[in-house]
Design a binder for this molecule. Structure first.
Ligand code: FE2
Length: 386
């Protein structure tokens, strides 16, 4: 079967790419953006650099800098109200996945009306909204290159997965220099998120030759460079490699899928406010171990690609090394267990039934090489409790 592939129409990739913003807007015929970002980016100087470029090019704009981590339906509705009043022809989203995901939600809700929960999977999105130019400042979600957004429904405490062409940015400026000041914890969490995207895209039931090429390239680069980016924050080569790999991993999963780790991770984030990449990390070794039997060759190849074992090693040796190394990565990156994060055991146990329900409803577990039953998801949640 042919794979249907989607990517941004234009990307500028490399150090200093931010400076291309006005030229890129001109190429796309966009003249009046709403700039969407978070309070940190507004404070740290990155927003000023972007708006300085727009000022210099005499492009009128407005800034909406109230996005929050793990975007909520409420913040998106506030953003849509600004879009409605302003006569904007585009959105420029600057920040981590949360700001980009917020802009995606705003674009879709503005064009289609209703409520954000009307557009969670498996809903179709009837109308494309105003185009989005995405400028990531963390090497993580890959949201700049995906047709995914994640929005938390505050009423139901659900992290809703929304998928469709309408969420795909028209353009991305991928400038690793914007990620140089990322703190260690954020470097670790966003890096593991990217790694999870690459691995899940590669083992997914929706994997294809196109997504494989991006997944392989991303996982190799992430495995080599994540420790350097984490332990040596000023290492430009490592930061550059991680930023490129995050975008590649985004392209990989957007054209394949994520799987069980993400399916189980979103409910942990929604219930206990664990950062997305960190809850992925809590799950990745156990879910990998659970899934290997259904795709031994694929998982073995992951270990070989990442250099955990020699290229000619046997499958069983390779998959054992994969699980061992993923556990070790969590120790190296000081990923807390759920208990160390501060989650109480009774609250965890009590939440398991609703987390299982939300995980299944997202559809992601169905893309896993080993499709889990409800009971198996429940057992995995119990297993990762420490
Ligand atoms: Fe993710």
């Amino acid at each position: 079967m042919a794979a249907l592939i989607t990517m941004p129409r234009l990307m500028s990739v490399g150090g200093g790419a931010l400076a291309e913003l006005p030229a890129l807007m001109a190429r796309l015929g966009l003249k009046h953006p709403l700039v969407v970002t978070d309070p940190y980016i507004a404070r740290c100087g990155i927003l000023d650099r972007a708006t300085g470029l727009l000022d210099k090019a005499q492009i009128p704009f407005t800034v909406f800098s109230d996005t929050v981590s793990d975007p909520t339906t409420e913040v998106i509705e506030t953003g849509v109200a600004i879009l409605r009043d302003g006569g904007f022809d585009s959105l420029v989203a600057i920040g981590g996945g949360s700001s980009i995901d917020t802009a995606k939600g705003m674009s879709v809700l503005f064009a289609n009306g209703g409520q954000m929960r009307d557009y969670k999977v498996p809903a179709e999105i009837p109308q494309l909204g105003p185009p989005i130019i995405a400028i990531p400042t963390t090497a993580g979600t890959g949201s700049e290159a995906t047709r995914y957004t994640i929005v938390t429904d505050e009423e139901t405490e659900e992290k809703m997965l929304c998928i469709g062409l309408a969420y795909l940015p028209i353009a991305a400026l991928v400038d690793f220099e914007l990620s140089m000041t990322k703190p260690m914890r954020l470097t670790a969490d966003t890096g593991v998120d990217s790694l999870t995207h690459a691995i899940e895209a590669y083992v997914s039931r929706r994997a294809n030759a196109f997504s494989d090429s991006f997944a392989v390239s991303a996982m190799r680069a992430i495995w080599t460079n994540l420790p350097s980016a984490y332990f040596e924050p000023h290492n430009r080569e490592a930061r550059e490699a991680m930023m490129l790999a995050a975008t590649q991993a985004g392209i990989a999963f957007s054209n394949s899928s994520v799987a069980l780790v993400h399916g189980m991770s979103r409910p942990i984030g929604a219930k206990f406010h664990v950062p997305h990449g960190m809850s992925n990390a809590m799950l990745l070794p156990a879910v990998t171990e659970f899934s290997i039997s259904a795709a031994v060759e694929r998982y073995a190849q992951c270990a070989r690609v990442m250099g955990m074992v020699p290229a000619d090693s046997a499958d069983d040796e390779a998959v054992a090394a994969l699980v061992r190394n993923l556990h070790q990565l969590n120790r190296d990156l000081k990923v807390p267990t759920p208990a160390e994060f501060g989650i109480e055991r009774p609250a965890w146990d009590e939440s398991i039934p609703s987390m299982v329900r939300q995980a299944l409803a997202s559809g992601s577990p169905a893309n896993n090489p080993r499709v889990p039953s409800e009971n198996e998801i429940e057992e995995l949640y119990r297993e990762i409790w420490r």
